[in-house]
Design a protein around this ligand. Structure first.
Ligand SMILES: NC(=O)c1ccc[n+]([C@@H]2O[C@H](COP(=O)([O-])OP(=O)(O)OC[C@H]3O[C@@H](n4cnc5c(N)ncnc54)[C@H](OP(=O)(O)O)[C@@H]3O)[C@@H](O)[C@H]2O)c1
Length: 254
């Protein structure tokens, strides 16, 4: 049984950085299934190493999860690492967004992450790790990015509870919460209007490669929650103390 990692969202940004960091790490498994929809990108990445196995799957539809489920059943791998990194968000008020944007965000960030995790667990043994990519958006409600922030609160809650469920089986769960990271995410979130962060977010934006390497290390150390970067750590602590109602009144207009 080949020791195998599964990384979703591997065709760009943080997921791609996870693939590179894992290839460079001392405990790189025999195979890394790189999962996303853009197969051309996955095939190009696969040139980097014969450990990389492109898996084309649209995680917004049940058939996408079924692709991975069928591969698990036919190959029966020893999955030592699952990284749920695929994610999306759409900026704008709820009333101004298409219903499909709302449904897709919840489906990809919450449902697909949870269901895929459930399908992979039977193929994991003692010592295996799960990394779920959350966000600093999880700490507080975010008008104008409402569904995304709520979906990432779900990821944090799901991951922390799952860590307890899997403790006796020796499988660790780490939820990684980055602040802004320069990837394709912001361009998609703003429907192409802004490909880069601006203002304070640009100033504090993290490097995807450093974030991925640090997250692998945090998971190896069994950290249940990994908040990356100093400004983000300060926000995380601050969010525990500020009354949510007051925060919303002070920082947001309707
Ligand atoms: N960038 C940030 O500032 C930031 C901050 C905190 C947290 N995060 C989180 O980090 C994760 C990765 O985001 P990123 O910044 O790397 O964004 P990104 O560059 O846009 O990457 C998103 C990845 O998700 C995949 N994906 C999107 N829809 C999919 C679908 N329906 N089925 C399968 N795969 C799908 C994309 O691949 P295909 O399009 O090829 O399918 C791509 O590989 C997300 O969960 C995001 O919420 C990002």
């Amino acid at each position: 049984m080949p020791r195998t990692a599964i990384i979703t969202g591997a065709s760009s940004g943080i997921g791609k950085a996870f693939v590179k960091a894992l290839l460079e790490s001392s405990d790189c498994p025999d195979k890394i299934w790189i999962v996303a929809r853009r197969i051309d990108r996955l095939n190009e990445m696969a040139q980097l190493s014969d450990k990389l196995v492109p898996v084309q799957a649209d995680l917004l539809v049940a058939e996408g999860i079924d692709v991975i489920k069928a591969k698990l059943q036919s190959e029966n791998p020893d999955v030592t690492l699952l990284i749920n990194c695929a994610g999306m968000g759409k900026k704008g008020k709820i009333a101004d967004r298409d219903a499909s944007d709302i449904a897709d965000t919840v489906t990809l960030n919450c449902t697909a992450l949870s269901v895929l995790t459930r399908e992979v667990i039977p193929f994991m043994n003692r010592g295996a790790r799960i990394i779920n990519v959350g966000s600093s958006a999880a700490y507080l409600p975010q008008p104008g990015f409402t569904v995304y922030a709520a979906s990432k609160s779900y990821v944090v809650s799901f991951s922390r509870a799952l860590a307890i469920e899997l403790k006796s089986r020796g499988i660790s769960v780490t939820v990684v919460c980055p602040g802004p990271v320069e990837t394709e995410f912001n361009k998609l979130a703003t429907d192409g209007k802004s490909s880069e962060f601006t203002g304070f977010r640009k100033f504090v934006a993290a490097d995807a490669d450093k974030l991925a390497a640090a997250s692998l290390k945090a998971a190896k150390h069994g950290r249940r929650m990994f908040v990356y970067g100093l400004p983000n750590k300060a926000l995380h602590v601050g969010a525990k103390f500020i009354p949510v109602g007051l925060f919303l009144e002070l920082f947001y207009r309707g």
